[in-house]
Design a protein around this ligand. Structure first.
Ligand code: ATP
Length: 309
């Protein structure tokens, strides 16, 4: 059975003068997933999300979103989408509830209980009567999320929603997103440059690097692919890399700064790798089996693509 994608882009490109903010991106977001869009500052995350939400138009390429692939269709689809791209413009002197009520009426969302329900969902019932300017940063973020949730969207598009939150706030937002995904079946497309924020919630990842999609991978595959790796630091990484290829027939490695090399293949005997250096007169500075996490997986991915370039 083929997967059902809620978003599917083909060759999506956005140019700003000579700069490609997004380059030929084929991104597919499965219905029901929590898709983590990962990338350094300037990688193109916001650009992609802005195209989806209609803030900007692509220079080339196309996309389908909620089954729609025309401008008129996108407009229709966007009524089924909740998004936070930049901090929503709330009124400081209005209360949390009044702010949401204002936007409910402006957007023509029916239901007098809508705002109370949303406030409850984001854990702000107690703060409903507080003026926006008196809310903590975490509360403000959650109010933004509440705004995105009005109208019961099928798809949430969130650009760095966890930015600036304290650890407790991060956990709260994370739990809320998981709940929305599990209990209401909301698909969530969420961007972040702080990878640990996504680590416990994303079911799929898209790794962007200077506008290009370096890899798209499901969490199961990701776990399978990279449980552990060997980090070796030597006095001459280039010479050691050549030996890895010729003597160990190893091609799945990447060279990082400080003469460090990550060997991503299954390592049966760690001492073989130290012996390889020593027997060829290369100084061994460090050798350690490491658990892969999202951070070093991304760094390896970006590192190896730089090597290829
Ligand atoms: P961040 O995590 O910093 O928000 P990002 O991955 O969201 O980064 P984008 O905001 O999509 O990155 O930017 C991608 C590239 O496009 C960057 O090089 C940025 O400088 C450039 N860019 C974005 N918007 C504009 C604009 N309006 N005019 C010119 N260049 C732009």
């Amino acid at each position: 059975m083929s997967e059902e994608y809620i978003i599917q882009s083909h060759g999506l490109t956005k140019m700003y003068g000579q700069t490609a903010a997004l380059k030929n991106a084929d991104i597919r977001v499965r219905k029901g997933s929590i898709y983590g869009l990962v990338g350094n500052n300037g990688a193109g995350k916001t650009t992609f999300l802005k195209i989806l939400t209609g803030w900007i138009r692509p220079t080339a390429g196309s996309f389908t979103m909620l089954g729609e692939s025309t401008e008129a269709g996108y407009r229709k689809a966007r009524t089924r989408i909740g998004s936070i791209i930049e901090a929503p413009g709330f009124y400081p002197k209005l209360t949390a509830k009044q702010n949401l009520e204002y936007y409910r009426l402006q957007r023509g969302i029916p239901g007098k209980d809508t705002v109370d329900n949303v406030l409850e969902m984001v854990g702000l019932s107690q703060a409903a009567g507080k003026k926006f300017c008196k809310l903590s940063l975490g509360m403000k973020q959650r109010l933004g999320l509440g705004l995105a949730l009005m109208g019961e969207p099928e798809l949430l598009i969130l650009d760095e929603p966890i930015n600036g939150l304290d650890p407790a706030g991060i956990v709260e937002v994370r739990n809320l997103l998981l709940k929305l995904n599990k209990e209401k079946g909301v698909t969530i497309l969420i961007s972040s440059h702080i990878l640990t924020e996504l680590e416990n919630i994303a079911t799929d990842y898209g790794f962007l690097n200077t506008g290009e999609l370096a890899e798209e991978i499901g969490v199961e595959k990701l776990r399978e692919k990279c449980r552990t790796f060997l980090e070796i630091q030597v006095t001459d990484a280039a010479a050691y890399a050549a030996l890895l290829e010729s003597e160990m027939l190893c091609s799945n490695y990447c060279v990082l700064p400080d003469n460090r090399i990550h060997i991503m293949e299954k390592v049966d005997n760690v001492s073989d790798y130290s012996a390889l250096a020593v027997s060829h007169g290369i100084g061994l500075l460090g050798l350690e089996m490491k658990e892969i996490n999202l951070e070093n997986y991304y760094m390896n991915l970006i590192g190896s693509r730089k090597e290829e370039a």
